[in-house]
Design a protein around this ligand. Structure first.
Ligand code: GLC
Length: 431
């Protein structure tokens, strides 16, 4: 039994009820009326994959509110099918870069990029809680999800892997996966700007100034292209195939196909997308490092980054015995798995955002995949680690995998959601 599992075992039912109540209060507290902010202050808008997790968390106690969350997210969908990574429902001066910098959005001001498509998977989970009540909500949402997935196929899939055109699109903003591809970006014309993230939380836990200059330069580039996908793909200084996107999209296609079949639709188009990703995903395997890796599509080079994205393979229905051994080894090196970067890797930084810390929602997808693959011991370990982490250190944005120190924003929506949907002993009873 790991230290984290012992801690988890010590939590009694009263503590579970208390934690469940805190998690619900966090979701209610971050509810801005139809959508949930990730956390007060640091992230004051609707974020795409955060919202999909929020919907799933709400489903544990308020199914109607769960559907509303997804419906609001898709109300910002572009005509080309894209669902933006941020919807700026209401202006907030405490956030940078805001709607004036992105210059994008159709029905609602938005960012110009997307985020990992967990929504179909969460929609299926919500639907399955009560198919009869869910059917009238699911039917219109299905068409919107299908259009979004088609957008991914048309504008982000290349040789069977899904790429990103901005590190923020991956949801793993400053992961070492992007370091190589960002190196060549000329940031000399970025101009003056004021970051807001470092006024909310400790700068040592956030991306560096050079990272941020690259992020803003890429936003400026997209805007100069008027967010035209063809032009961005052809000329952007950044285009990287991403294991997070590829695995999450593959899983989401499978869940969308299930929904389509259940609703009586022809899903042949989705079958084609699934086949292409299944065949292409191995192009991300890096045999030297022993992980599914990011690949710079401009240079063809693999990043050599042992990140937790590799452990999403089972979530996508891809089996990988070598990856099982790697995960078991990493879990033995930390108190709370799964760290976002291998603790034995050269760039491990236990408190800096996506360069070492552990994230509850990544653990959820990894754990769900392990359970689906029948890898019960590893699945249990990941879930128990996550439960202990939250029980002992609260509902923070992310945590040190070494000692659980909470970092980033506190009272975080997706941490509360994954507690309610998966990590809490009460969710496990219901599972
Ligand atoms: C950060 C995370 C991203 C998340 C957003 C809001 O940018 O890297 O994954 O969606 O915050 O929580």
């Amino acid at each position: 039994m790991t230290q984290a599992m012992t801690l988890a075992a010590n939590h009694d039912a009263a503590t579970t009820a208390e934690l469940d109540a805190r998690a619900k209060a966090i979701l209610r507290g971050n509810d801005r009326g139809g959508y949930t902010v990730p956390t007060e202050g640091l992230y004051p808008y609707q974020w795409n994959w955060d919202s999909a997790f929020a919907a799933w968390g709400f489903a544990a106690f308020d199914l109607d509110r769960a559907w509303v969350e997804l419906e609001t997210l898709f109300s910002g969908q572009w005509a080309n099918g894209m669902v933006p990574h941020i919807l700026f429902h209401r202006e907030d001066a405490g956030y940078f870069p805001g709607p004036d910098v992105w210059g994008a959005g159709e029905t609602i001001p938005s960012s110009g990029i997307s985020q990992p498509p967990v929504a179909a998977t969460m929609a299926r989970a919500i639907f399955e809680r009560d198919p009869q009540a869910g059917a009238p909500r699911m039917a219109p949402l299905y068409d919107k999800l299908l259009a979004w997935h088609r957008w991914f196929y048309q504008h982000r899939c290349e040789s069977g892997a899904c790429c990103i055109t901005h590190p923020w699109e991956s949801g793993r903003d400053n992961a070492p996966d992007w370091d190589g591809a960002l190196k060549g970006i000329d940031t000399s014309n970025v101009g003056p700007y004021t970051r807001r993230d470092t006024s909310h939380v400790n700068p040592d836990m956030r991306p560096t100034k050079r990272d941020y200059d690259c992020y803003i330069t890429l936003v400026q580039f997209g805007r100069a292209c008027d967010w035209d996908e063809a032009e961005i793909l052809a000329n952007s200084p950044f285009r990287v195939a991403d294991p997070t996107m590829t695995f999450i999209l593959l899983r989401a296609h499978r869940d969308l196909k299930w929904l389509g079949t259940t609703l009586g639709h022809d899903t042949t188009e989705i079958d084609g997308w699934i086949a292409e990703l299944e065949a292409g995903v191995e192009s991300l395997w890096n045999d030297d490092v022993g992980v599914y890796d990011a690949r710079d599509l401009r240079s063809g080079e693999l990043a050599g980054s042992p990140s937790n994205a590799s452990f999403l393979c089972w979530y996508a229905g891809v089996s990988s015995p070598k990856t099982e051994a790697r995960l078991a080894r990493i879990l033995s090196k930390v108190t709370y798995g799964v760290p976002s970067y291998d603790p034995e890797g050269p760039l491990f930084d236990h408190m800096r955002y996506w360069r070492g810390p552990v994230w509850g929602m990544m653990n959820t997808m990894i754990g769900m995949g392990l359970a689906d693959a029948g890898l019960t011991d590893l699945a249990t370990q990941v879930r128990d680690d996550t439960a202990a982490l939250i029980a002992d250190h609260g509902f923070a944005e992310y945590f040190s995998p070494l000692d659980g120190t909470p970092a980033g924003g506190g009272t975080f929506t997706w941490t509360a959601a994954v507690w309610l949907g998966w990590a809490s002993p009460s969710a496990q009873k219901g599972a």
